[in-house]
Design a protein around this ligand. Structure first.
Ligand SMILES: C[S@@+](CC[C@H](N)C(=O)[O-])C[C@H]1O[C@@H](n2cnc3c(N)ncnc32)[C@H](O)[C@@H]1O
Length: 416
């Protein structure tokens, strides 16, 4: 309800709520919340058939109770009896006792009418995506629509990035085998280990010692593409929570300087925590990348990573709240912010230097169209290796491709 009615993200609210419960219940809460947000259009479709009119005001909360009840009945292994009884009793703690009868009747009708077997003949509802985003995916990826929508609906595997400053992938894989943790290696990612099952990663070997970090395979490509060299000055312009900063430092310990910049102090604190656990060092700076005149000392960088704020449409399978928090009208604002930050960063790059532009978006406006417009505005910019032959420019990774999140990369070179 906090996500759907109040526009708050799970990142902001879920950990504090989960804190109040046992480990087992924490996992259950997560499963229920993620499940309802993933399946929302279908759950609402069923609910609308059972509820004569929408509930309003203080009774609204009961709609969310019903969604949770239907979700359990249709998608979980909880017994029918327990799902109904527990869901109805939640009305008590939520102070809508008077709706117990209604919630009970709705759930019993769901079972009696066997609605779980009635899926609508509507591709958008089945996709689990909001209408505007379904249309975008349909427009831009018509040939891959089915596979793509399916990948955005699935639960993502957990990718680990082994910290090569601490341990080799082979030795870490041995540790996992000894603890009977199921995993696979990735042919394309030198430092990656993929866990098919979700679990408490703090319980994996070497968490405290910083032997690994959690980072999707697509995000793990950034440091290799940036390819920082000894004695270079690197700027990570939108760095928090620091996944890519840490990887850059793990791959190249002999940098002259690495500045991790972010506009959000609380998120910058997360970089500090990650650096500390992984035993790495960077200079942290809380500042606006769109206004370097307020903080830049005039010394240019050899390489800049610009992992820009974006729609995050590529990581919906990991963060299903994004589907409902992001609105169609946000996209143009994000595109403007991205181009403003790119333009502001370009003078900070040395002639001959390179800037890696990245987003976790699958929308062309934020990605190759953004780059084409940038190349029009900046005559001293050209496409770098790994992306220069591409038409359209850059590399678009789609969710599910080699088990990765959706991501976009494009390397820009500044002429001498
Ligand atoms: C996609 S996230 C970066 C993820 C990060 N690179 C990583 O790998 O962990 C984008 C970040 O940009 C930051 N941001 C947004 N607008 C910014 C601005 N104007 N200047 C600097 N950082 C900004 C956000 O606070 C957010 O942390």
């Amino acid at each position: 309800m906090q996500v759907l009615e109040n526009g708050l993200s799970l990142r902001e609210i879920l950990p504090a709520e989960q804190q109040k419960f046992s480990d087992k219940d924490k996992a259950w809460i997560q499963q229920m919340v993620f499940g309802v947000l993933r399946q929302l259009p279908l759950l609402q479709f069923w609910m609308r058939q059972l509820l004569e009119k929408p509930l309003k005001g203080k009774n609204k909360v009961a709609e969310f109770v019903i969604l949770l009840g239907i979700y359990q009945l249709a998608f979980s292994r909880v017994s029918t009896h327990a799902a109904v009884a527990e869901t109805v009793s939640a009305c008590q703690s939520l102070k809508v006792q008077s709706l117990k009868g209604l919630v009970n009747a709705v759930l019993r009708n769901f079972i009696r009418q066997d609605l779980a077997t009635h899926t609508p003949d509507n591709a958008q509802i089945k996709s689990g995506l909001p209408n505007w985003l379904y249309k975008q995916v349909e427009q831009h990826y018509p040939e891959k629509l089915g596979v793509l929508v399916d990948a955005m609906h699935q639960q993502a595997p957990i990718w680990l990035r082994v910290n090569q400053r601490q341990i080799t992938v082979q030795d870490y894989a041995k540790q996992l085998s000894e603890q009977q943790v199921e995993f696979s290696l990735s042919a394309e990612h030198a430092e990656a280990i993929i866990l098919p099952r979700a679990g408490d990663i703090t319980q994996l070997p070497g968490y405290q010692q910083g032997w690994f970090a959690v980072q999707d395979g697509a995000a793990q490509m950034a440091a290799a593409l940036l390819d920082a060299q000894p004695n270079e000055r690197i700027l990570d312009a939108c760095a928090a929570p620091g996944g890519k900063t840490c990887h850059i430092l793990e791959r190249q310990p002999n940098l002259q300087e690495c500045i991790a910049l972010d506009v959000d102090q609380s998120r910058l604190d997360r970089i500090a925590e990650n650096l500390q656990r992984l035993q790495l060092n960077a200079d942290l700076l809380c500042a606006d990348a769109a206004s370097p005149d307020k903080w830049w000392d005039g010394r240019q960088f050899d390489r800049i990573l610009l992992d820009a704020p974006c729609s995050a449409t590529g990581v919906i399978r990991r963060h299903p709240d994004i589907k409902w928090l992001r609105k169609a009208k946000d996209i143009d604002e994000l595109v403007q912010l991205q181009s403003k930050i790119m333009d502001a960063m370009w003078p900070l790059l040395k002639p001959g230097g390179s800037m890696l532009y990245a987003t976790c978006s699958i929308l062309p406006k934020e990605n190759h169209q953004q780059i084409s417009a940038f190349l029009q505005r900046h005559k001293d910019a050209s496409l770098g290796a790994t992306t220069q032959h591409g038409d359209p420019p850059g590399r678009q990774i789609l969710p599910g491709e080699s088990q990765m999140d959706g991501f976009y990369y494009c390397m820009l070179l500044k002429s001498q």
